[in-house]
Ligand binder design. Structure first.
Ligand SMILES: Nc1ncnc2c1ncn2[C@@H]1O[C@H](COP(=O)(O)OP(=O)(O)OP(=O)(O)O)[C@@H](O)[C@H]1O
Ligand SMILES: [Mg+2]
Length: 285
C-alpha cells in the first residue's frame, strides 16, 4: 500500500461527474478533505451535498473522474475494507422492522467481523461506547420504529460511531435534534476530531453551528464548490447571497467570535399579492 497521506489528504475527489440516470448533478468536481479536519458542507436544498457524500463513500459511482482513499482509487478496495476506513451516515435511513436499538447499533461492527472471528469483546466495547456517546444507553432494548425522530437519529449516529472508522461522513446528523442535542452531537464530533484524530465531514444546514464547529467549510451551489476554507473567510454576506439568495448580516457570535448569520428583516407580505404570483399558472405534473 502506498503512503496513506498522499498530499496530506486521505480522501479526495478529482474531477468527478455524478448523476442519476440522464441527469448530471456534479460536473468535473474536485474536492480534498483535509486530514484531521471537521469539514462542513453547506449549500441550498438540492445543490448536490448528499450526492457528493455518496460519491465520496463509493455508494455512487462517478461517470468520470476518481475518488481516492489513502492514496489508492477507492474502487480498488474490497467493500469491507472501505467500511473499515470510512463510515457514512446517510441523510435518510430506514430501519429493518422490529429491530432493537442495540441490534441496529451492533450492525456497525459488521465490517470488523471475519469468518472465524464472530462477535468479540472489542465489538461489545465499541457498541457500549457508541450508545453512551450518543446518550442512548437507556434506549438499548427499545424497538427503533417506536422511537421519536431525534432519538432515532442518534441511534443511526451510534451505529456509524460503532464502526470506529477514522473518516466519518455525516449527512445532516443534527436535523431532527433539539438544540441541546444538536450541541451534544457536534461536541461529540469535535471531540473525535480534536482528541482521536478523526476526519469528519458533515452536511449541516445551520450556518451558525457550522461556523462554530467547522475547521473547514465547503460551500456548494448547483453541484459545484463555490468557496472553501476557514469559516471566517468563507461565510460572508456575499457568499450567503450567492449560495442561498438570502440578504443577511454577518456579525461576530458573542460566545465564540465565529461568524453569525442574521437574516435581514423583511416586512411580512400577503402570499399571492404580487403580479408575478397572480399570473402564475402551475406547471403540469
Ligand atoms: N436517487 C435519486 N434519483 C434521482 N435524482 C436524485 C436522487 N437523489 C437526488 N437526486 C436529485 O439530485 C439533486 C441533488 O440532490 P441531493 O440529495 O444531492 O441534494 P442536497 O444538496 O443533499 O439537498 P438537501 O439539502 O435537500 O438534502 C436534486 O435535484 C435531487 O432531486
Ligand atoms: Mg441532502
Amino acid at each position: 500500500m502506498k503512503d496513506r497521506h498522499v498530499n496530506g489528504q486521505r480522501l479526495h475527489a478529482q474531477g468527478i461527474t455524478l448523476g442519476y440516470d440522464a441527469r448530471t448533478i456534479t460536473d468535473d468536481l474536485s474536492v480534498a478533505i483535509p486530514d484531521g479536519s471537521f469539514t462542513v458542507i453547506v449549500g441550498a436544498n438540492g445543490c448536490g451535498k448528499s450526492t457528493l457524500l455518496r460519491g465520496l463513500a463509493r455508494l455512487l459511482r462517478p461517470r468520470s473522474g476518481s475518488v481516492f482513499l489513502d492514496g489508492e482509487l477507492i474502487t480498488a478496495y474490497p467493500t469491507k475494507e472501505v467500511a473499515r476506513r470510512l463510515g457514512l451516515l446517510p441523510q435518510v435511513q430506514v430501519a429493518p422492522e422490529g429491530i432493537t436499538v442495540v441490534d441496529l447499533v451492533s450492525r456497525g461492527r459488521f465490517p470488523h467481523q471475519k469468518l472465524l472471528r464472530q462477535w468479540a469483546r472489542e465489538d461489545e466495547t465499541a457498541v457500549v461506547e457508541a450508545l453512551a456517546a450518543t446518550g442512548i444507553t437507556d434506549l438499548a432494548p427499545r424497538f427503533v420504529d417506536e422511537l421519536s425522530g431525534g432519538q432515532r437519529q442518534r441511534v443511526w449516529l451510534a451505529m456509524a460511531l460503532a464502526q470506529q472508522t477514522e473518516i466519518l461522513l455525516l449527512d445532516e446528523p443534527t436535523t431532527y435534534l433539539d438544540i441541546a442535542h444538536q450541541v451534544d452531537v457536534l461536541d461529540l464530533c469535535a471531540g473525535l476530531q480534536a482528541h482521536r484524530g478523526y476526519t469528519l465531514v458533515a452536511v449541516l444546514h445551520d450556518l451558525n453551528m457550522a461556523c462554530r464547529y467547522a475547521t473547514h467549510i465547503v460551500a456548494m451551489k448547483d453541484g459545484a464548490v463555490v468557496a472553501e476554507g476557514h469559516p471566517s473567510d468563507v461565510i460572508t454576506e456575499s457568499l450567503v447571497r450567492e449560495v442561498f439568495g438570502l440578504e443577511c448580516r454577518v456579525i461576530d457570535d458573542p460566545e465564540s467570535g465565529t461568524p453569525l448569520v442574521v437574516p435581514k428583516h423583511r416586512p411580512v407580505r400577503v402570499t399571492g399579492s404580487t403580479d408575478e404570483e397572480k399570473n402564475h399558472v402551475p406547471a403540469q405534473a
